[in-house]
Design a binder for this molecule. Structure first.
Ligand SMILES: [Zn+2]
Ligand SMILES: [Zn+2]
Length: 217
């Protein structure tokens, strides 16, 4: 089974790059930057083309303050991308799935130290317990920290695993970018508190936000 591993490159992206941490999200024409229910613009964490999902473009945003894990029943409820808010008062993360194309936002994300991402074809390796490779990757089999947790979309379609963010994958934050001798920053943002995130998308594309994170540690 072919997959793609994602490598973080040292250099920053330019507007129009498709695979990035931070930088300029490729949005649909007229689309505004996602905001949290609290009113803050969300942090733009990363975007990637999905070779395992029709080359759709995945963009991942989360509030800089509201970052708890999210849980939902399975099958997912109606409008889960808006309605599943856990203890918060509204949506605090956004996964956008967009067709190929898109227009760079007028401004780059101001929060995350931006990097280009490189996407490399690779082969999946599935353990006897049904776990795929660890790491930042597209497609294949999740490396499940717990039992497999695949969802059914509210439209009835079985979700497809599209992207894995490894545990404690830190996103260096501006302007708190003072790095120590090892080049690491102690000011890092984490998606969903640093849990491993297995992003699943609806293959029926019943809505442009029909994607969901299984979150485990
Ligand atoms: Zn918020
Ligand atoms: Zn659906």
């Amino acid at each position: 089974m072919s997959i793609h591993m994602i490598e973080t490159l040292p250099e920053p992206p330019v507007a129009g790059d498709r695979n990035t941490i931070g930088g300029w999200p490729l949005l649909a024409a007229g689309e505004t930057w996602p905001a949290c229910f609290c009113g803050k613009p969300m942090v733009f964490f990363f975007q990637v083309d999905l070779p395992n999902f029709g080359d759709d473009h995945l963009l991942v945003f989360q509030c800089p303050e509201h970052d708890d894990v999210t849980t939902a029943p399975n099958p997912l409820p109606e409008r889960y991308w808006d309605e599943v808010t856990d203890e918060y008062d509204g949506p605090y993360w956004r996964f956008l799935l967009r067709p190929a194309g898109g227009t760079p936002a007028a401004e780059a994300d101001p929060h995350v130290e931006p990097h280009r991402l490189a996407v490399h074809p690779a082969e999946e390796e599935v353990s006897e317990h049904g776990r795929g490779r660890q790491g930042f990757k597209l497609g294949g089999v999740p490396s499940w920290a717990q039992y497999p947790e695949m969802y059914t979309c509210s439209c009835g379609a079985d979700m497809v695993f599209v992207c894995q963010v490894p545990e404690n994958f830190g996103f260096d934050m501006w302007p708190m970018r003072d790095k120590d001798a090892h080049g690491t920053s102690d000011n890092q943002a984490l998606l969903f508190l640093g849990n491993e995130v297995y992003i699943q998308a609806c293959p029926a594309r019943c809505h442009p936000e029909a994607a969901w994170p299984a979150i485990q540690n």
